[in-house]
Design a protein around this ligand. Sequence first.
Ligand code: NIG
Length: 383
Amino acid sequence: MSTLITGIAELRTQDDDLATLRGAALVVDGDRVAWVGSAARAPAADSRVDVGGRAVLPGWVDSHTHLLFAGDRTAEFAARMAGEPYTAGGIATTVAATRAATDDELRANLRRHVAEALAQGTTCLETKTGYGLTVDDEVRLARLAAEQVDEVTYLGAHLVPPGADAGAYAALAAGDMLAAVAPHVRWADVFCETGAFDESRSRAVLTAAAARGLGLRVHGNQLGRGPGVRLAVELGAASVDHCTHLAPADVDALAGSTTVATLLPACDLSTRQPLPDARALLDAGAAVALATNCNPGSSYTSSMAFCVATAVLQMRMTVDEAITAATRTPARSLNRQDVGHLAAGARADIHVLDAPSATHLAYRPGVPLTHSVWRRGTRVIPP
Ligand code: NIG
């Protein structure tokens, strides 16, 4: 069953040349994009949808979230807005609530957040374990995540659980816990930060994960300058996330590497950190992605559009750069060729904006601009 999509005011395929096409049309066949080109030369299809002069782009790829959780941290957020600092220790609150939740409660919570993201145009999601922190709980979270999201990341090294010995816990995270979780995930991540895991413990977990064939991601340089970015680049991580506090040497290291710098502006705003220097990274030649970091502690939003608008309005990224950073580059950071662009052969994940151009994402910040969403060739929004 094929569908011809016409009436596209602006088509951003995010293909190799990052072109913005006008007068274009697109054919979806099954779960794939079958054809992209001038509407005047469009091939016949079984059905036709006219999107009425709206902009079309790939679905967002949100490459950093923590959606397997229970509980609420509104009080912690309110205290922060009243001047308290964000610390890694708040993670323990969510760990306790998550351990106490049933599988079905966690499933329902995840389903709600995935649906919320989809309704805003996010068609590919990564999520992490990290609120379990026992072997059984981390395996449970990985299994539950794999039921509903595209990419799952092991984050046993998120926090040393209260009362645990840091060295012994890091050895567990690099040993038996990793061994138990690895069959259920493609990625491993470490929170390399003061108050979480230091450089040598982070390195131990990451090298053990790489030895098991997992791709690497790192939470680095979130709360201050530190070794996270350098370590990620040295180990060939696919992504280092946060990058809020970068030394010039970190920018140079990222620019000379294949590691994507994934910026999480909603988190920086919600934790009253400065916004990352996206301009320095881009001007140096580093690959930059944007993600929500949706989690109940430091960044409780699923809105990629908010991140894109913030990147343009506050981080001096162009609209083109921000859209690429929310589609094609996070796909690359997840080693996915099938999502984040709309060339023939790509997964038919299509985001139609209720606007004639994608510039409206920054021009009309805060306005819900998702008109319709297709995922794997099926229109899912509106259902
Ligand atoms: O990316 N930095 C570590 N992990 C999350 C925070 C999770 C939490 O506070 O619950 C983050 O910000």
